[in-house]
Design a protein around this ligand. Structure first.
Ligand SMILES: Cc1cc2nc3c(=O)[nH]c(=O)nc-3n(C[C@H](O)[C@H](O)[C@H](O)COP(=O)(O)O)c2cc1C
Length: 362
């Protein structure tokens, strides 16, 4: 049997196989951010399709400045727990596990952002795709965001989710703190790598005090800003940060990259050849060599043989996919039945604020 169908453990969480549906915002939440019927249906279908672990789309922890997209799910209040409980129950019935991903938009605010609201970020660095310049968070505001993260993590546990994933990737607030490009602070939240990681340390150590040591906490981390050169995030910093994250209680690290200004880095278009797949493999290998928790690779994984190589050669312990599950929610069952490659053409038409769907006939 392929190594990908062998069970694996993340902290205390037992997964039936090594396939992960990477966090995917489906733009299908209710207007107020609650889980919708359509989402229940979507997750039921995914879970019955054979995947071991589903990570939800990112839900925002702080209202209103933390919202990153239209119809995004929210987890900033206890009233959202019930919807996630329904989602976790639906996924569990099908034998899969559910991890709730949580985020704060930071400077990457959505298209429908009200003109009178100023986004917040570590520093006032203009965001190129919207032209908006955020204002730098005050010390008191950073502490209130830390509290919001901890409260959201507790809500994930109360909802019966099998774990929570901190979104430290793709240019949203936590990755903006990590990167020297977006974090130009000279106080205790910036400058040195230790200070840029301080918000992560506070969230992780405080949440452990409230939730206990056992609840699975995962992270998805940027391995690059998506730009090369002086002043951007380096892989050496990421590897050092990964070591710290494990020390602060993280149970698994998913390796990704890119931010909104760096187009085509996170979800690289037209991944059609085997050589184009697994585009963050080098970064994942470097992280894996530095930590003793499972590493999850995401980005352009399409062929079963490539994914087997990723695990067999020690690049990562689990493989995560996003776009392929949009057109083939039952992809893992298809692999088990002998299909060799996902049909996804990486056309990126699934980035659709009107609701996640594939436009390619399968
Ligand atoms: C429509 C869409 C929504 C996404 N939403 C999220 C998200 O909520 N959180 C996240 O960490 N990544 C998100 N991503 C990025 C994916 O999880 C993944 O990292 C990226 O697409 C590369 O993997 P793939 O080649 O398998 O698609 C999204 C991607 C797509 C296409």
């Amino acid at each position: 049997m392929s190594v990908l169908f062998q069970p694996v453990t993340v902290g205390r969480l037992h997964l039936k196989n090594r396939f992960v549906r990477s966090a995917t915002n489906d733009y299908l939440g209710r207007l107020d951010g609650a889980i919708s019927e359509q989402q229940l249906e979507l997750y039921r279908e995914l879970a019955s399709g054979g995947v071991g672990l589903i990570v939800t789309g990112h839900a925002y922890v702080h209202h209103p400045l933390g919202r990153a997209s239209v119809n995004q799910n929210a987890i900033y209040d206890d009233r959202f727990i019930e919807g996630f409980r329904g989602l976790a129950d639906a996924v569990h019935v099908e034998g899969a596990a559910l991890v709730l991903q949580i985020s704060h938009a930071g400077r990457q605010t959505p298209q429908d952002w009200p003109a009178d609201q100023v986004p917040v970020a570590p520093s006032a660095v203009q965001e190129g795709t919207t032209g908006r310049t955020p204002r730098a968070l005050t010390d008191a505001e950073i502490w209130s965001i830390i509290d919001a993260y901890v409260a959201a993590m507790v809500r994930a546990k109360e909802a019966g989710c099998d774990g929570v994933q901190l979104h430290i990737a793709h240019g949203y607030l936590l990755s903006a703190f990590l990167s020297p490009y977006t974090n130009r602070r000279t106080d205790a939240w910036g400058d040195s790598l230790g200070n840029r990681c301080r918000i992560l340390r506070e969230i992780l150590t405080r949440s452990r005090r409230v939730m206990g040591e056992a609840y699975p906490v995962l992270v998805k981390i940027n391995s690059t800003d998506g730009f090369a050169g002086e002043g951007y995030l380096t892989l050496a910093d990421v590897v050092a940060a990964a070591r710290c994250l494990v020390e602060w209680g993280v149970n698994a690290i998913e390796v990704s990259g890119g931010q909104r200004e760096a187009k085509g880095v996170m979800s690289r278009p037209k991944v059609l050849e085997i050589e184009q797949e697994a585009y963050f493999a080098d970064a994942a290998r470097a992280v894996k060599a530095a930590v003793n928790v499972p590493v999850i690779l995401v980005g352009g994984l399409r062929s079963l043989s490539v994914m087997e190589d990723v695990v067999a050669s020690g690049v990562a312990d689990l493989v995560a996919l996003s776009r392929p599950f949009v057109c083939e929610p039952d992809l893992v069952n298809r692999f088990r039945a002998g299909q060799a490659r996902a049909v996804c053409a990486s056309c990126n038409a699934c980035f659709n604020p009107a609701g996640l769907r594939c436009r390619r006939p399968v």
